[in-house]
Unconditional design. Structure first.
Length: 636
């Protein structure tokens, strides 16, 4: 494919923020695009705004390759946009209408994409864990179909789509996906880089290495174990830093990370990809073919995903797989990973990809001009010292948490980079947020009547699974079972539960979570307190992923019997002062409370921020309702 034949836009537009006085879009072009945004009344079609996007003001660009520029458009209309009214928009890209270049952006019967500034969060969509090669349907495609049927129902239109982690799987990549990524790197000329203390000197050598496909476990760095008593008992000279179960194609270079992002949200580059199974042999050939079948189905749904994300504001936050499995799980892991130049670069590349493709759009004014200047320096001299300087700046960032000025407020927690290290052992799980971060959270919540709180890991999780993780942690195997939950660290558990008990924090907490690859809803009250806040733990995972079915069925049944609301075993948990009541999902076996189906959550809130409907839109097409039981805390 000649550079001149590449599409002008290869990803986006993603609508990232939508307020009466602000619109933020993200897109990737194969040149520094000249852009204009026109806004129209939905009924009548009159133009209500024509906004020239000038570089350095409403338009920022970061060059990521010879033929690739990320564009962030942060637009402030001269007059506030009308609220609760449907508007249409059109981008002119180098003078051409984007809807003409990409007609799949428009729903049938529409000539332009549309948006709606909501006066409050009436409904929202949420989910996490979208693994492209998982053999199942994509719940974002399901959400696009749902939105298409409700475009004219202004009350039903969601205020936002919240993606609460694992938007990208850097550590679990299919062989055909890695092959596609490398083709994207060549098509767009994504920048090469040099590595230090690595088995390959640079990214070009990495792409051509015999272990580059399905063999990267042999390339990833290792470290000496912590020398505690468990290490002396269990033995082992060196251990891998990257500990996921599927690291054979772990992304390493920044170009690989960016290439995968471009393949996850848009179909344009897939049309130029040619997958070739002849590069693998034997058992890997069969695996490759299974993965290719799943990826072809995934790619076929991307026009719908692109259309959805162009018309509903999308907020995001990272979780472990956006960087690597077990990311920052223990202090020992952090010391090993950030102390090795090669692993620090791998982690830093994932964080740089997160900032450019997710974090920047979440909070455009949360990043100072100096960071953008560092990005410009890297674009002009990629792959070496300038890349290290940019990564160092991102890794030193105090917090990636942010809040949206919605009603009720949406507060999104960074539960990965502000960890509370264990004071007892470097091998024990860290708290998901440290004392300072939790104190700041409490101050942010004071005086609010209601809040939507986003925590990638559930704050109120499945007690039996947390107990099993606690046993493995005791024997020094926290990494083996992903033992990261809010209750795993005594200090973090104590502080987060005290936030709910504080008399001046909100009366209504809606907690949105993902991470675990199954879905559930808990109603939570503080025991023996008349004016307890009402808490709803709403967990939806995954968008395209599931838990091993037989294992989850067993754990679900045992958890219901062992940790029922009145079980004495609750007295031995850190949440003993909280009454946690699971909701029964429709269509499940009588004793089941966990839903193990790919899907996307849909939550409807009343004027006080209380959930009046909680359901799962299954990727395969069904709907699961989470209904409150008689005699239990319930919504409305």
């Amino acid at each position: 494919m000649l550079p001149g034949k590449l599409p002008k836009v290869v990803a986006g537009p993603l609508l990232r923020r939508l307020e009466a006085n602000r619109l933020v879009f993200w897109l990737v072009g194969t040149a520094p695009l000249a852009l204009r945004l026109d806004l129209f009344e939905r009924h009548g079609g009159g133009c209500i705004g024509r906004l020239e996007l000038k570089p350095g003001e409403a338009l920022q660009r970061v060059r990521i390759g010879e033929r690739a520029w990320i564009h962030l458009l942060d637009v402030q209309p001269p007059q506030p946009l009308p609220v609760d009214c449907e508007l249409e928009y059109e981008f002119l890209v180098d003078g051409e209408p984007l809807s003409g270049l990409m007609p799949s952006l428009c729903y049938p019967g529409r000539s332009r994409p549309s948006v709606m500034v909501k006066s409050r969060i009436g409904q929202l969509l949420h989910g996490s864990c979208r693994k492209p090669h998982f053999p199942g349907d994509d719940a974002l495609v399901r959400a696009d179909g749902w939105l298409g049927r409700h475009l004219d129902d202004h009350a039903a239109r969601p205020a936002l789509l919240m993606l609460s982690g694992d938007q990208i799987y850097c550590d679990d990549v299919a062989g055909p996906m890695l092959q596609a990524v490398h083709q994207v790197v060549r098509l767009l000329g994504l920048f090469d880089e040099r590595f230090s203390e690595a088995p390959v000197p640079d990214s070009k050598a990495l792409y051509g290495h015999r272990d580059s496909l399905y063999g990267r476990a042999r390339l990833l760095p290792k470290t000496c174990p912590q020398r505690g008593w468990r290490d002396r008992v269990l033995g082992g000279a060196v251990r891998p830093i990257f500990t996921g179960h599927a690291v054979g194609n772990h992304l390493i270079g920044l170009a690989e990370v960016l290439g995968q992002y471009l393949l996850l949200w848009a179909p344009q580059l897939w049309a130029l990809i040619r997958l070739d199974a002849s590069v693998v042999e034997g058992a890997q050939r069969a695996l490759y073919e299974r993965e290719r079948k799943s990826l072809e189905s995934f790619a076929a749904g991307l026009p719908a995903v692109q259309r959805l994300m162009a018309q509903v504001p999308v907020s995001m936050i990272f979780d472990d797989h956006d960087v690597t499995d077990d990311w920052n799980l223990t202090a020992g892991w952090e010391q090993a990973a950030y102390g090795h130049p090669f692993s620090r670069r791998i982690i830093g590349n994932a964080m740089l990809g997160y900032w450019l493709c997710q974090g920047w759009g979440n909070e455009p004014d949360g990043f100072d001009p100096e960071l953008l200047a560092l990005a410009g320096n890297w674009s002009r001299d990629p792959g070496g010292a300038q890349q290290d300087a940019l990564i160092d700046r991102l890794l030193e960032r105090e917090s990636w948490s942010y809040a949206l000025p919605t009603e009720p407020p949406l507060v999104v927690l960074d539960t990965r980079t502000q960890r509370w290290w264990s004071e007892r052992s470097a091998g024990k799980p860290s708290g998901l947020m440290d004392w300072e971060a939790l104190t700041e959270l409490q101050q942010r919540l004071l005086g609010r009547e209601a809040v939507v709180l986003v925590s990638a890991a559930p704050i109120f999780g499945v007690k039996l699974i947390e107990s099993i993780q606690r046993v493995f942690t005791f024997f020094g195997q926290a990494l083996a079972v992903d033992a990261e939950n809010w209750m795993a660290h005594p200090g973090a558990a104590h502080v987060i539960l005290n936030i709910f008990r504080h008399p001046k924090t909100p009366r209504h907490f809606v907690i949105l979570s993902g991470d675990v690859h199954y879905s559930f809803v808990y109603d939570v009250l503080i025991r023996f307190r008349k004016n307890s806040p009402r808490i709803w733990q709403i967990t939806c995972s995954g968008l395209k992923n599931e838990f091993p079915h037989r294992l989850l069925d067993l754990l679900d049944s045992l958890n219901r019997w062992l940790y029922a609301p009145r079980s004495p075993l609750n007295l031995f948990t850190r949440r003993r002062a909280m009454r946690v009541s699971p909701r029964r999902p429709t269509g499940q076996e009588r004793w089941h409370r966990l839903v193990n189906r790919s899907g996307i959550g849909l939550v409807a809130l009343d004027a006080e921020g209380v959930p009046v409907r909680i359901c799962l839109l299954e990727a395969a097409g069904g709907v699961v309702e989470f209904e409150s039981a008689a005699g239990e805390p319930h919504a409305g």
